[in-house]
Design a protein around this ligand. Sequence first.
Ligand code: G3I
Ligand code: 9MR
Ligand code: ZN
Length: 556
Amino acid sequence: MNSIWVNQVGYLPGSKKRAILNFDAGEFEVTDEDGKAVLSGHAEHFGTDEISGEDVYVAVFDELQTDGVYRVNAGGSSSVAFRISAGAYDTLMKDLLKCFYYLRCGDALDPKYAGEYYHAPCHLSPAKVFGEDSPEVDVTGGWHDAGDFGRYSTAGAVAIAHLLYGVRFFADLLNVDYDIPKVDMERGTLPDILAEAKVELDFLFKMQREDGGVWHKVTTLRHADFIMPEDDHDDLYLFPVSSMATADIAAVFALAYTIYKDYDAAYADKLLEASLKAYTWLETHPEPLMFRNPPGNGTGEYSEDEDISNRFWAACSLHEATGEDKYLKDACARYKSLADYDAHAARKGYQGNVFTCMGWAEVAGLGSLSLILKDDNNALTDSIRQSFISEADRLCANARKNGFNLCMAREDFIWGSNMELLKYMMILAIAGRLDKTDKYNDVILSGIDYLLGMNSMDTSYVTGHGEHAYKNPHLRPTAVDGIDEPWPGLVSGGPNTGLQDARAKAIDPDSAPMKCYLDHEDCYSLNEITIYWNSPFVFVLAYVLYLGTGRGNTLG
Ligand code: G3I
Ligand code: 9MR
Ligand code: ZN
């Protein structure tokens, strides 16, 4: 089929604008809402690339900068309609953020803000400590992780981190109002993004044991059926403390301290105290305490290969928060161990440089963000800065290998590939800031184009954004709430060559990576949503809107 793929939401006036064609049309035309041609050009042949498997042609229409709604037309085919406007992504930002509100667990939703997506209070019963005969614990609150109702400490910490580092790097995020309940603190009302992050922080306080260790997760024994959260009455269990969870909490609380101290001294102190308590636990437990699901437990595992990156993040974050040399010394030691581990690791769970990884497992890159914010003049920070620049250059080289200008390679199309991309876009954003250059912006924006429809699935991977936005996320409430459309702003996991669920196995395993996708609610390995797939998009979009070239702002 002849297709023309565009960013279905739209383009910023000053940005590079591409449409990708999978046929040789020669000339193309951009028409406005009245069907009037406003620009024409020649679509250049790129060739066939490994990730899309298509022989593609690239139509560039950069000169078109006038606000409006347009289509790209060629050879008798037309793209969907899209906008060109400085405000093209404003609603997207609000919707990405509001998802965290809809995912709240406990009794924190209000029909006034949740509207038809309101769900009744859920998961309010106290949790048993798995394998122990100890008193039950109140761990209500926080966000559901994803399509399931689990709440996982490491995943939660990383999602908050993307949001809060976003705030640290791009303070304009504090001005995004998106209709959630206001929270008053000692020195005034919290900006919405901080009010939302506080929901998860408050939950994570409860995940910390008296001795400072942090339970890895709280879930039922098995995933619930497709039911509303309030109908899930299975017993909740707290699963064993892990050193990853404890380190991530030490790190994210120290980060949160640096932000919330401007709003409420007592709350900030509480954050720092909990962070230090977790850090002390780590010091008294120098051996990794890894996590594996115990027999009989089938909810998310979030297992990791090592805990060094987590301990590195904790040390960097506490160094940035307190300025104490002790933590810098620890960070240096962890840096060395992780570099060492990395050089010898048999299984490498990520592509590229480990000190730029900002996922739910490999978190050293988050530690790096703390060092970059601290901006010290030392060998460690210099080396970290260099890692971001060289990683950004590797990513740009990737982008040149396909017609979509996409910084991904075949190996990146794993479960949650859209997050692999978003993490890469975060790296490019940081590299751009460090080098005070806008040379990475085009690849960042192409990532946004890809996520919003410029891909060979002709699909926007954000609900409610784009004419062909996916509609059937693997998300329990959406599957059973009787409402036609899911709420807007949910980022899909995206194509995954692993095809790791029963329904996905119907896809031809030889399909090109970009095509290993199906918009079906059964497909948890292709089409689930998670808090940490939305959070990096907030970070990246903040870069684009507040520091990128889109609004004429300067890089700083
Ligand atoms: O690290 C390997 C890499 O070495 C290998 O080349 C590549 C190709 O197979 O796979 C990489 O591992 C992947 C791993 O994620 C690391 O990203 C696995 O294949 C993949 O199966 C694994 O997927 C994770 C999935 O849980 C299954 O464990 C997802 O990242 C993770 O987001 C997802 O998390 C679930 C929670 O458990 C429960 N809640 C929903 C959530 C989202 O689906
Ligand atoms: O809904 C679950 C999803 O959140 C997880 O990512 C996925 C993998 O752990 O598991 C899903 O639950 C399925 C379960 O593992 C097996 N039975 C069917 C469940 C729903 O499709
Ligand atoms: Zn709940």
